[in-house]
Write a protein that binds this ligand. Structure first.
Ligand SMILES: Nc1ncnc2c1ncn2[C@@H]1O[C@H](COP(=O)(O)OP(=O)(O)OP(=O)(O)O)[C@@H](O)[C@H]1O
Length: 323
């Protein structure tokens, strides 16, 4: 059973169509990365799944139940974007507070606090006030809060936002650890290299629509392009390769050979190199980065149109109706 399943999910905020028929599936034990520009609808999708915002149409299921089902929330952890834990709390007192909300006994809370803070590497600072924590420490504490009650699925909104490269690596390792424990991780991020490094599945959301989804390998593959390197001093037989119907261009110390999409493959070129007594030192199918894929997806959008419009204060009744 899919952990998250949406079909033709739609959400309108008044005139604004935030989601225009989104269909996604997240399988158990995956790290699922949701990408999109500001205002693409990422938070809206997560908020519908968590029952914070009501859908306008379509279907949304979380752990097999309609999104928003109260009992399912116990099985879910959530780290919101820009969380602001009160600075007067310590890591220990904050998790104790959440433990009481979850209805854990005093003994269970003490045990779980020690375990969780050890996992996120905050045990030595657990009695310091949160206001003395760095951004990376606050994010790690936020993640500890999200998995404190041992949830099956964890939603993380920009978990590495504002964190330095070392802190980001620590958070990536932490997410891998949570995945190794069998949890499903659903996260939003603007940091495409992060998403590329840890996600099993990725979806790109643009103006309320999923424009690409698949594994990182699927999304970044450039079918029909190979990069070849020969032993030092050997010249690539561009002309001979051209005669058998392949275009080759030099790129630094390597040559890029276009085979085109289909069954043709690169074998004929390799055979020719062999016949000519050349020695192959490097051969890979060319890949693009997730950033290349993402930029090519969104560059067709008119500049600025995907930006979140300035919020205008609206009557309370209208805002309630949007929920
Ligand atoms: N409560 C609301 N009332 C009216 N419009 C809203 C509301 N919340 C979001 N929107 C609009 O819905 C669209 C999607 O917003 P959403 O916050 O889901 O995008 P996002 O991808 O999470 O953006 P960001 O990366 O900036 O957090 C935007 O056009 C936004 O202005």
């Amino acid at each position: 059973m899919a952990v998250v399943s949406t079909t033709e999910l739609r959400k309108n905020y008044g005139q604004i169509a935030a989601l225009k028929g989104v269909s996604i599936q997240v399988e158990p034990g995956q790290i699922y990365g949701l990408l999109g520009q500001n205002g693409a609808g990422k938070s809206t999708l997560v908020k519908i799944l968590l029952g914070i915002v009501r859908k306008t149409g379509g279907d949304a299921y979380l752990l097999g139940y309609p999104a928003g089902t109260t009992d399912v929330r116990r099985r879910v952890g959530y780290l919101p974007e820009d969380h602001q834990f009160p600075g007067y709390h310590t890591a220990r007192s904050l998790l104790d507070f959440y433990g009481r909300l979850y209805g854990l006994s005093r003994d269970d809370r003490q045990k779980r606090i020690a375990e969780c803070l050890e996992i996120v590497g905050l045990q030595k600072r657990m009695d310091y006030k949160i206001r003395t924590y760095s951004k990376g420490m606050k994010q790690r504490l936020g993640i500890a809060q999200a998995f404190f009650h041992d949830p099956e699925v964890i939603f993380l909104d920009e978990p590495t936002d504002g964190v330095d490269p070392v802190g980001r690596k620590e958070i990536r390792d932490l997410l891998q650890q949570l995945k190794a424990e069998g949890r499903t991780i659903f996260f939003n991020s603007h940091l495409l290299s992060e998403v590329e490094m840890i996600s099993d599945q990725v979806a790109i959301l643009q103006k309320g629509e999923i424009v690409r989804q698949g594994t990182v390998a699927d999304l970044t593959r450039q079918e029909g392009r190979f990069v070849i390197g020969l032993a030092p001093g050997q010249a690539f037989p561009t002309e001979a390769v051209g005669k058998i119907g392949y275009a080759a261009t030099r790129s630094g110390d390597h040559w890029e050979v276009v085979t085109g999409v289909g069954d043709r493959g690169i074998d004929a070129v390799l055979g020719l190199l062999h016949e000519q007594g050349l020695s192959l030192r490097h051969l890979v199918e060319k890949k693009q980065t997730l950033e290349d894929v993402f930029v090519s997806m969104v560059e067709s959008a008119e500049p600025g149109t995907d930006r979140r419009p300035a919020r205008v204060a609206r009557p309370v009744a209208a805002r309630r109706a949007d929920r």
